[in-house]
Design a binder for this molecule. Structure first.
Ligand code: HEC
Ligand code: HEC
Length: 395
């Protein structure tokens, strides 16, 4: 009896010992095992070539990218795209994008403000950074950024790599430093494995480099493609894709009275230029000088990059200041008269396409119907359930 008890006790304590010995030291390894190998397939919308590069594929490639897209006829090509990243770089970028370990205190990821479930925006009038710091502008959507040449509302960055240094290293946003970011990543076994897998051309023992972080996140952002909306099906010749109200809205959108397509030119729904349209700031806030500052040009005061309107239904509130809550309010702005919301002491050079179209209520409703045909989230990427850092995805 006594003997049995001892055996029982010792096997229980042996079991406990095993649990203690294995559970703790193994934790890191277990985590790595839970992170699958990086995806070797391209995301939807891309084809893998023999050099292991994902090349964008879409129906717009059958049309020429005309030098003069005008107001974006239906069968018009897209601008040049940023593609050619390996599937592994794209997948590594996906982990980094969702991982709050990229921020100074491990609380904020890119996806906090660019949440895939909110059209890659955050649903706020203006974003909130580290320590609840209120930012001055709204988070733009990231759909189709692979086609853009200018970034930020005021166009102050000209590549995705350059842009992301803003949030990463600004004390109001993710509040990290280049040194701390790279040291943190190099201290995480999972990331060392994953970077070696995504960058096989270099020595696997070499520490992770900042340029690799920028490239992987760029690869992921450039994979966010939305080109399969009802509008797109109509544009490629399937006429039943839009109903009568939506077609009526499209006709207003492209008309020389409303002039929307002059700036929001299909198929990207932006001509990628800076335009001064005179949108209001939230009550009590001074005018946002916009592009005047980065371009050091007084004539650009109050100018903002024309935003793409794809998935616009998903990214309320609207404009750089998040001033308008609904699409109806936003389109109403355009018919309330040129310069009506500009402060009296400002003398902005409002764009010549902003005029007094005197659109009827019915036309405004139809415009909203049309804008909703630009919704397509069929290629939405998966939010990782578990992150290489062991932190929780912050979306
Ligand atoms: C705290 C919220 C916040 C975080 C975190 C954040 N962003 Fe942003 N992002 C914004 C805001 C706000 C803007 C617009 C700022 C402006 O125009 O001045 C923006 C702009 C952008 C743009 C420009 C899009 C365009 O159409 O011009 C890109 C691209 C972008 N962010 C990517 C990222 C990436 C990648 C990360 C992570 C490394 C990130 N953001 C982290 C809020 C955030
Ligand atoms: C002269 C160029 C121009 C014309 C014409 C124009 N827009 Fe815009 N649009 C812009 C700019 C610039 C912004 C961003 C302004 C800001 O944030 O203050 C914008 C913003 C928007 C937004 C909000 C986008 C977002 O992400 O918040 C919508 C919706 C919109 N426009 C729809 C329209 C419609 C509908 C028409 C036609 C009635 C139109 N626009 C005509 C330049 C133009």
């Amino acid at each position: 009896m006594v003997k049995r008890n001892v055996i029982l006790k010792s096997s229980i304590s042996g079991l406990l010992l095993c649990v203690l010995l294995f559970a703790y030291p193994i934790q890191d390894d277990v985590l790595y095992e839970n992170i699958p190998k990086l995806n070797g397939n391209c995301p939807p919308g891309f084809m893998l070539n023999t050099q292991n590069e994902c090349i964008a594929q879409n129906l717009y490639m059958q049309y020429s990218t005309s030098n003069n897209p005008g107001v974006g006829g239906l069968k018009t090509g897209l601008p040049k795209v940023r593609d050619g990243f390996s599937p592994q770089k794209i997948d590594l970028g996906r982990y980094l994008f969702f991982d709050p370990v990229l921020s100074g205190d491990g609380t904020i990821s890119c996806a906090t403000c660019h949440n895939p479930n909110k059209g890659f925006s955050d649903g706020l009038p203006t974003s909130i950074g580290m320590g609840n710091y209120p930012l001055k502008r709204a988070a733009p959507s990231l759909w189709n950024v692979a086609y853009l040449r200018l970034f930020y509302w005021d166009g102050r960055a000209s590549s995705l790599e350059e842009q992301m240094k803003g949030p990463l290293f600004s004390k109001d946003e993710m509040n990290n430093t280049p040194e701390n970011l790279i040291n943190t990543l190099n201290s995480i076994e999972n990331y060392k494995h994953l970077f070696a897998e995504a960058f096989p051309e270099r020595n696997a023992q070499r520490p992770i480099q900042l340029e690799e972080v920028y490239m992987a996140i760029t690869a992921f952002e450039a994979s966010l493609v939305s080109l399969n909306s009802k509008y797109d099906r109509y544009a490629h010749g399937y006429h039943e894709a839009l109903n009568q109200k939506e077609i009526a809205g499209m006709n207003v959108f492209r008309s020389f009275v409303a002039r929307c397509a002059e700036c929001h030119t299909p198929p990207l729904f932006t001509n990628q230029q800076i335009a001064i349209i005179g949108t209001p700031e939230p009550n009590g806030l001074p005018l946002d000088p916009g592009a005047e500052v980065p371009f050091n040009d007084r004539s650009l005061r109050g100018g903002f990059k024309v935003p793409s309107l794809r998935n616009i239904e998903k990214t309320a509130p609207y404009m750089h200041s998040g001033k308008f809550k609904t699409l109806r309010e936003t389109v109403q702005f355009y018919t309330d008269g040129r310069g009506h919301a500009v402060p009296e002491d400002e003398n902005l050079i409002i764009h010549w396409h902003i005029w007094e179209p005197e659109l009827s209520d019915d036309e405004l409703d139809r415009l909203v119907d049309f804008l909703k045909t630009l919704t397509d989230e069929s290629f939405i990427p998966k939010t990782p359930k578990i992150l290489p850092s062991g932190l929780k995805p912050s979306v």
